[in-house]
Write a protein that binds this ligand. Sequence first.
Ligand code: ADP
Ligand code: MG
Length: 729
Amino acid sequence: MSMEKADLKITGMHCESCVKLIEKALGKVKGVDSVIVNFAAGKALVNYDPALTDPSRLVKEVEKRGYGARLIEPADTGKTESAYHDELRGLRRRLITGAVFAVPALVLGMFFMKDPLPYQSYILWFLATPVQFYVGREFYLGAWIALRNGSSTMDTLVALGTSAAYFYSVYLVLFEGGEHQYFEASAVLITLVVLGKYLEAVSKHRTSEVISRLEKLFPKEASVIRNGLEVKVPVEEVDPGEIVVVRPGEQVPVDGEIIKGTTTLDESMVTGESVPVAKGVGAEVIGSTINREGSFTMKVTHTGSETMLAKIIRLVEDAQMRKAPVQRFADKVSSWFVPAVIVIACVTFIVWFLVLGAALSFALVAAVSVLVIACPCALGLATPTAIMVGTGMGAREGILIKGGDALETAGRLRHVVFDKTGTITRAAPEVTAMKVLEGYSDAECVRLAAGMERGSEHPLAKAVVRKAEVMGIQPAETEEFRTHTGRGVEALIEGNRYHIGSLRFIGEVGIDTERLRVAAEEYEAKGQTVVMLAGKGEALAIFALSDTVRHEAMETVRRLHEMGLSTSMITGDNERVARAIAAETGIKLYRSEVLPGEKSALIGQMQENGKVAMVGDGINDAPALAHADIGIAMGSGTDIAMEAGDIVFMRDDLSCLPRAIRLSRLTMQRIRLNMFWALFYNTVGIPVAAGLLYPWTGWLLNPMIAGGAMAMSSVSVVLSSLMLKLKKF
Ligand code: ADP
Ligand code: MG
């Protein structure tokens, strides 16, 4: 059974309770495997079995509940912007209408209370009515939809509260001829809540601006060579394999490989690295980056949704949808909050009116204030907005954190394990020396070794192949090629079986390594990795590779220690090399000659003392990366690295690691702060609104103030999340 993913744009969600509703509705559809709805992003991500259901069915299901839904196509980039502007326009219209009627009502109600104008009650009734039923229509609609689905949302609270105030006032005017009524309270309240929604929409949009910023980067045109002529065409019409010319100052239109010319490129939009990078023939270039100096010709490798930029956008979008486990707490609280508030409001009314014998209007005001102040929206926004800001900040710097879950775990890390080759050391080692058995030539050994290593992805293998290129040697043809992960490779060349790999590997195959052992150990003591070539039952040659430590490794390890994390290194290389490298970087613990399978087991042991991150190249340590709580694959933007990691660095730079952890910690702190405020506000607001303090202090919340406070609580949580942006990480 193969699953497919559908991205739905959802409109008309009012609150976290709507999220629950839609998740439940979609979850019940046959063939749906999992659903995530994100309120802050206004989206649903559905995993479904195409044999049992399809996106149009999902859209219908959402629409049946009274929400708007639309399938987002991969080519839809940029359309989220227009949906947002539509939403904003609707809110603005309601807000202005509300203000036009509510402000005069407020002025009348407040300043002409003692000396009412003739027919004042009727004027107020007239002013309050459009606000109640036009501006407030959405609340009734939302409450009705929720009711039909057997639940209640913040709309229920607002609709109940304002209706109570409005209809009680109608009753007063008709039957008591009273001058005191609450028309202005209900009108102002509705307007304030809409104001809150408007501000919330604006600031919520700011939390996801990274996506729109990236979407704006998409190049528009490319200069393609067709039939020997250079023509400008829209990028959508460029195909892989075509030849494109890029001039100074132009944007690289799509992903490709330079085939002529050299240049420097500003890749900061993708990698966060502000220093331009020099590139020559054979180098990969990324669409949307900016060509600085030279002109060059490139061959197109990826276009459209396959380009690096499109992949990054998808990754960040998916990441922003994934909920952090802390949010479960907020979800749980929200789900019983609304019914609980209705109960509290009823109790408030009964106690004041029936038990304590207060005036009907007094009891009603208290009950309405309770309904209005207790909206759980602030709580629902606390986590997703902070996650969106946090992941966005990372993306700007080329640090892609794949979702709230990864972010939360990264914030709680205790230990970091580094793989050695390609991680602590540069991904591009070089063959610095070699020694061959008497009777063999360097050239012959390099020819054999390079032939075998051509099939391997290992950084050491690539170094050997490069050595052959430098020496101008044509690598040998091989048959029956086989890799032994973490050990080496074997193959058949011209009818003879050869092995290349660690000395241990050669020993295990049953070949005597003694004659070259002393030479090998000399190199190893200097921190150089040694690879041995063996064939026809003999050890033929050793290659010493400079596995130079990355220049930022020492600083990275020091910063991690400062942040209270412990570090260690595991490697398949031998003890002497491991010791030299550990000493050079300041890593205290190391384990050498570990086979790839054992790496997972070692990580399992370390997990007993807290959350563990593993940093590797994702090529031969993928199982260990998957086993760790957080897997991080180095190797900027290779497909393997982008898929294997929970955190991806778009830049081949270890110092992204402490920054990613610090960013995660900052975001988690902000979430806790947001949650504290949201809950604090409700727990303090409800008793005051219920009039608990009234007997002692005479305090009773005016429903208008309650409405304003409620609108502000959501806005302030979103602003608090946006303030994260001011933090350095
Ligand atoms: P690390 O754990 O440091 O990343 P690996 O597990 O990738 O190291 O490899 C361990 C050792 O196995 C290397 O030091 C090397 O001696 C040997 N080896 C693995 N793959 C190859 C290969 N393709 N060619 C030569 N040697 C290899
Ligand atoms: Mg490795």
